[in-house]
Design a protein around this ligand. Structure first.
Ligand SMILES: [Zn+2]
Length: 236
């Protein structure tokens, strides 16, 4: 796996200090600063402590099978806004990711956000991260599906055009369970219990952070469902 992070710190030097301090118990294979300088901190063959307690597609030892890249960025403010990623930094991320993917058997669907593998604890690299742009460069999966694409997608048709919301479990138990099964089939850690409670909402927020950043509210609307089905169909 290739896991993307943002440092969520004001400057790169403090992030580097923290990532190189044994007492902090965090590390990453690479850090990319605002100018596009790449710091190689941990050998790719070694385990770095970047994912923490995490899960993807049955794998619980994410640190043991992934390379972690920290992109120096302060992260979004409380309104979800923040500075754009500088172009030199973004280009360095593209170059580094392409290089890593060329040397390791990392399928597109295993290029992930920290928030994908640890949805209840992490939101980085956040809503400002341009996953669509990365996918155009051959890095990761992306879906542009919209509501109108739902009809052409194959079953299971678990979606409702009305958002499936927290508290609607009794009416939509089966649909919620199918949604949960789809999220799990893609890779998220989720229990298909038919209850659209806080755990499911948290996973939906993680999905939105990666695949539908215009709207991060934990509601599985038609666009989210279309993209989820599309992504599962292209997971190889
Ligand atoms: Zn992270």
């Amino acid at each position: 796996m290739l896991i993307m992070h943002t440092t969520c710190m004001a400057n790169t030097q403090s992030a580097l200090d923290r990532l190189c301090d044994p007492d902090s118990k965090v590390s990453a294979h690479y850090v990319i600063d605002e100018d596009g300088q790449v710091y190689h901190l941990v050998d790719e063959r070694e385990r770095a402590w970047h994912a923490g307690i995490a899960f993807w597609d049955g794998e619980t030892d994410v640190n043991g099978c992934s390379i972690g890249i920290e992109v120096a960025h302060p992260g979004p403010d409380e309104n979800g806004e923040g500075p754009e990623f500088p172009s030199h930094q973004w280009q360095a991320l593209i170059n580094l990711s392409q290089d890593i993917i060329s040397r390791h058997p990392i399928p597109a669907h295993r290029v992930l956000a920290h928030s994908d593998v640890a949805p209840s604890r992490k939101t980085d690299p956040g809503s400002l991260f341009d996953w669509s742009g990365l996918a155009q460069k051959g890095i990761g999966l992306w879906s542009d599906c919209g509501e109108k694409d739902l009809a052409s997608l194959s079953s299971p048709k678990f979606f409702e055009l009305e958002p499936i919301q927290r508290g609607e479990a009794s009416e939509n138990k089966q649909a919620v369970e199918q949604l949960q099964q789809a999220l799990r089939a893609f890779g998220y850690q989720i229990t298909p219990d038919g209850v659209y409670g806080p755990a499911t909402q948290t996973v939906m927020c993680a999905f939105q952070l990666h695949f539908r950043s215009e709207r991060i509210d934990g509601i599985a609307d038609a666009v989210c469902c279309a993209r989820l089905l599309d992504l599962i169909s292209r997971k190889q």
